[in-house]
Design a protein around this ligand. Structure first.
Ligand code: ISE
Length: 335
């Protein structure tokens, strides 16, 4: 049994505490932490586990074998660094950090430690639909991929959402999963903005945005990222190849015909849309920790995605069409 401590008891943290307690059979949550004491203690009481106000105290609890970090983005990297210092496995929700420079600090610390301890929560790599698409592409069924059209629509956004967050917090999933799907790094990225949703101050949030990317072999990618879809959480992806097209299936399991309408459910948010992916992700993480060899998305993957996000944000902020994404060769440590 892997004893886990969860830092951050917001929506995602609570969902992972439930999953690690009731769904994954090889993990047990032994402690939780949150700077907001009331909410954190409530979760601790509900599950009958220890509570720490300070995440670093949880990391140093000898009963905690591995840590899951689900705090606000800016606290990810400092907590991951504390886990590496303590020699503990750490699963960090995405993004690994708000900027590529902060991700690099994690990479340096992990390499100095000498063994992988960090996994980043890019759960889409575990989604049955994306996995089936990847297999189809890798088997050469559509020939060489030429283009990707993708879309990432949130029902609505949290207060205080900014233009940069659209790319660094939402777009970062696309940057990771499309790089993984193609098995290729990016060379350039940018953002196009057209007519805007009303009711936002464009100086704070441009919405929607279209992230554009180019890979090493020249694949052209466009991703609509929309924080105001208003009808549900909708993730679409279509890869156009030389011989055919492969698309991400919607996850709803029944299609209905009722009251002169045909339809299927579009979920409200990612905890529902990607529930299978999150479950598989933690199942496989716990297994790899037990075997002492992490295989899921690495700190390098976290860095690659953030580097892309940084370039896209800079391009938009500086009024450039696209800027280069200069990712170094993957170090042998992460290959
Ligand atoms: C959110 O933080 C997530 O991680 C979701 O997976 C993503 O789709 C959403 O856009 C983000 O706001």
């Amino acid at each position: 049994m892997l004893n886990v401590g969860v830092i951050g008891c917001g929506g995602m943290g609570r969902d992972h505490v439930r999953r690690l307690t009731h769904v994954i059979t090889s993990t047990k949550v032994v402690a939780v932490s949150d700077v907001f004491e009331e909410g954190g203690r409530k979760v601790a009481d509900q599950y009958g586990v220890k509570f720490y106000k300070d995440g670093v105290d949880l990391i140093h609890d000898p009963e905690v074998d591995a840590v899951v970090v689900c705090t606000a983005d800016e606290f990810h990297a400092p907590l991951v660094l504390a886990c590496i210092e303590a020699g503990k496995y750490v699963f960090c929700e995405k993004p690994l950090a708000p900027t590529a420079d902060d991700c690099m600090k994690v990479i340096k610390a992990e390499m100095a430690f000498g063994r992988r301890l960090v996994q980043v929560g890019f759960m889409r790599r575990y989604d049955n639909g994306y996995r089936a698409m990847k297999k189809f592409i890798d088997e050469g069924k559509i020939g060489a991929p030429l283009l990707i059209h993708a879309c990432h629509r949130n029902f609505s956004h949290v207060p205080g959402h900014t233009s940069d967050m659209t790319i660094a917090n939402s777009g970062v999933h696309e940057l990771d999963v499309l790089r993984w799907l193609l098995g290729e790094d990016y060379v350039a990225g940018g953002v196009i903005c057209g007519k805007q949703n009303r009711g936002e101050d464009p100086a704070v949030l441009l919405d929607p945005q279209v992230m554009i990317l180019e890979t090493k072999s020249g694949v052209r990618i466009d991703v609509e990222i929309n924080q105001h879809a208003g009808y549900g959480y909708d993730i679409q992806c279509e890869v156009v190849g030389e011989k055919g097209v492969v698309s991400l299936p919607d996850p709803a399991t029944i299609h209905t015909r009722l009251d002169c309408q045909a339809g299927y459910e579009v979920y409200h948010d990612w905890t529902q849309r990607f529930i299978q992916a999150y479950d598989t992700e933690f199942e496989e993480w716990a297994q790899s920790v037990a075997e002492g060899k992490l295989v899921g998305p690495s700190a390098w993957d976290g860095y690659a995605a953030c580097l892309g996000a940084d370039a896209c944000n800079r391009a938009r902020n500086e009024g450039k069409y696209m800027l280069p994404i200069e990712l170094e060769e993957t170090p042998a440590f992460y290959r």
